[in-house]
Design a protein around this ligand. Structure first.
Ligand code: F0G
Length: 454
């Protein structure tokens, strides 16, 4: 059969509150044209993030009931630990309430003034935690990863030549090497097993711990199976195990590839580093057998990890994004190619070329998508990255709109509806206005700034 069906039936539904374009025009104005300020029940299709928004399975809901809420030594923790270890065989597995908590703990110990930490591309919270410790975060993704229109199977790869020079130049100032799979900030693009191997080998040669940010590890493994020579006959689980066997540790947000609504972990092989991290965990998150989570959350993660490596799920998951990407491409909407693992990214700067970057073409697309179709995406461009710490403003490298697809939540007809909204938008795109910011906070302005159409 040609059609790849959703590999699940729907047992429990959440009604969508229907709204009209006129209502949404008013709601948008009341939200100061900032989609983060909307009430989510005023949104028809919410593509703001794929994080914590997954639909849990019947088995996960059952697992919640088995959750044990004891402070220390809960069986939920041991089920969680075994499920993680089945895929990522690290010596120490430390639960946290989400991914950024794992990062905060790790970099409070490895970071600090005068340190330099490379990755393919650090996610915002990773960069934030590194910089907050006083260290510098450096992105060393391959050049191909920076060109939205260029097709390459592994646009998330680390530039190994640059990493080698970096490690040579900064020497003892580098406490670890990081790698984000898939590369969220670069469009959800995968990293090949060969590149993970190359990064691990360089880290080892220079005596640095190699830490993987594994948020979307299963999507990354699917791309390896589909695109990398010699990997096609291997199971997702085998590929996942190979990826993490190369690392000395990982940070993880269970809100992505564990189908959980909350949770994360930090995993390490080094006993001394793990001991320091656990001490920090007790101060900031909780005892090491719950780490800021309820026992039932640990059980939901344990079950989710057995489901995420299912090839039927991953085939449907990745195909959904490809399908939306292909249909948008056919409409002439410029998208980041190839489609990423968790999202479709629209190149708003290219699409709305009449709007200057400092009038925020990404914001213009995001607002129009909401007004016309009730779709909430996320500007990833000059609004998010344009303000420098010294107060000056300049265009970001790209002005993109991310349409992040929650896991197991929307169906093919939702996807077709999205494409239709883009089709209507194409007809009026040249008349869309740019925006100006009327009020903004000093940091992370995209979350709370107020806008006005020009
Ligand atoms: N690393 C990556 C690659 C991420 O995408 C995220 C979160 C984190 C770390 C932090 O995890 O949210 O559990 O603290 N990304 C979400 C997103 C927020 O929308 O892309 P967290």
């Amino acid at each position: 059969m040609k059609t790849i069906i959703e590999p699940f039936r729907i047992k429990s539904v959440e009604p969508i509150r229907m709204t009209t374009p006129q209502e949404r025009r008013d709601l948008l104005k009341r939200a100061d044209y900032n989609l983060f300020k909307l009430h989510s029940d005023d949104v028809l299709i919410d593509l703001l993030t794929d994080s914590g928004t997954s639909a849990m399975s019947a088995q996960q809901w059952s697992a919640l009931m088995a959750g044990d809420e004891c402070y220390a030594g809960s069986p939920s923790f041991y089920r969680f630990e075994a499920a993680v270890r089945d895929l990522m065989d690290f010596k120490h597995i430390i639960p946290t309430h989400q991914g950024r908590a794992a990062e905060a703990i790790l970099f409070s110990i490895l970071g600090g003034e005068g340190k330099y930490i490379p990755s393919n591309t650090h996610f915002d919270t990773t960069r934030g935690n590194i910089e907050n410790s006083g260290a510098e975060a450096t992105d060393l993704v391959i050049e191909e990863g920076k060109d939205p229109a260029l097709i390459h199977p592994f646009k998330g790869n680390m530039d190994l030549d640059k990493l080698e020079s970096y490690l040579g130049e900064y020497g003892d100032k580098v406490p670890c090497v990081m790698l984000t799979i898939t590369n969220n900030a670069g469009g959800g693009q995968p990293v090949s097993l060969e590149n993970i191997r190359g990064t691990a080998a360089l880290a080892k040669r220079f005596g640095k711990p190699f830490i993987i940010d594994g948020c979307r590890f299963a999507e990354n493994a699917w791309f390896i199976q589909q695109r990398e020579a010699g990997q096609g006959d291997r199971t997702i689980k085998e590929i996942v195990r190979d990826c993490f066997a190369l690392a000395d540790g990982m940070t993880m947000s269970a809100k992505k590839d564990a189908f959980a609504n909350i949770g994360g972990w930090l995993a390490l092989n080094d006993d001394e580093l793990a001991e320091k991290c656990r001490a920090r965990l007790i101060m900031t998150e909780g005892f090491p057998t719950y780490g800021g989570l309820a026992g039932r959350d640990l059980d939901a993660i344990a079950q989710g990890l057995t489901e995420i490596v299912d090839e039927n799920y991953l085939r449907y998951r990745i195909r959904t994004n490809e399908y939306i990407g292909e249909r948008l491409d056919a409409l002439g909407v410029p998208v980041v190619k190839p489609a990423g693992g968790h999202a479709v990214f629209v190149d708003a700067r290219r699409w709305l070329s009449h709007i200057a970057p400092l009038q925020y073409p990404g914001q213009a697309v995001a607002c129009a998508l909401y007004e016309l179709g009730g779709i909430r995406g996320c500007e990833i461009g000059t609004v998010m990255f344009g303000r420098a710490p010294d107060g000056s403003e300049k265009p970001a490298a790209m002005d993109l709109v991310r349409l992040a697809i929650p896991r197991r939540v929307y169906t093919q007809s939702h996807a077709d509806y999205m494409v239709e909204v883009f089709e209507e938008l194409s007809a009026i795109k040249d008349s869309l206005p740019g925006y100006r910011i009327t009020q903004e906070p000093k940091m992370l302005r995209h979350f709370t700034a107020s806008f006005e159409p020009l």
